[in-house]
Design a protein around this ligand. Sequence first.
Ligand code: BV8
Length: 241
Amino acid sequence: MHISDETIKAIQNSEKVVFLTGAGISAESGVPTFRGEEGLWRNFRAEELATPIAFQRNPKLVWEWYDWRRNLIKPLYPNAGHKVIASVEQKKSSFKLITQNVDGLHQKAGSVKCVELHGNIWKTRCTEEGNVADNLGSPLKNIPPMCECGAILRPNIVWFGESLPVEAIQSSYETVEICDLMIVVGTSAVVQPAASLPRIAKNAGAFVIEVNAEETPISDMVDDSYLGKAGEILPLLEKYF
Ligand code: BV8
């Protein structure tokens, strides 16, 4: 695949680098995406499951879906795309990874400066006390899992209609407003407010590169768009950092 001179120059001159990732970067690790052919939303009525109302109505059903996803994700490993992002973080003093993913594969690949906009499937939150804890049991012993205080635990994940963690979205806005290079990887760019971050970066003067398996609503707006697999394209960009 040809990498343009503009992309090479933007990467070589970059000082403040931001990556924004979505489910597509984990696809080659075996994690189903949300909106693809065999995507999660298709098989599991996920729009109806990933909401606070669904959880209130039937916490057992919602937890069965998450338990199924946790069991699927647990044995999986980061792929070359995750690893490139983790290695770029080592090379750049001003770096941030903003992910919509909840699978924890970026952290498994060694990413540290990672903001999880939509939470993490390996953490639970008490519906009474609000405290968040790691919960790695897979499969879950009890469905739904209960807090010691007697209340039901929920996945520490942002559902549709729920606000994103203030610190996560605030720091993301601040970062994209000052970055000089943003690389958007593996997202259909439809879920807000994450999908607005590339435009904010572009308007603030950053060079924005998209790496995705298909065209998206931001493809016309970005400076360069590479169609293909993240695990194959990101290694081609790595050598310019
Ligand atoms: C909120 C958790 C305030 C569940 C998820 C405008 C402003 C604010 C809100 C809205 C708005 N308009 C509409 C809304 C509401 C809603 C929204 O955006 N709806 C969309 C569908 C229109 N947003 C919200 O509700 C957000 N809350 O803004 O709070 C508020 C409060 C009250 C009322 C209103 C507003 C909360 C959003 C978070 C929802 N939670 N997930 C769970 O995971 O269990 S969203 C879900 O979609 C995942 O988190 C996922 O990360 C996210 C985005 O999907 P993608 O990651 O992009 O994945 P997708 O499958 O879609 O695409 C993958 C791409 O990869 C594809 O393009 C594919 O081609 C590509 N690909 C595949 N393989 C590869 C590849 N690319 C490269 N290499 C490959 N190998």
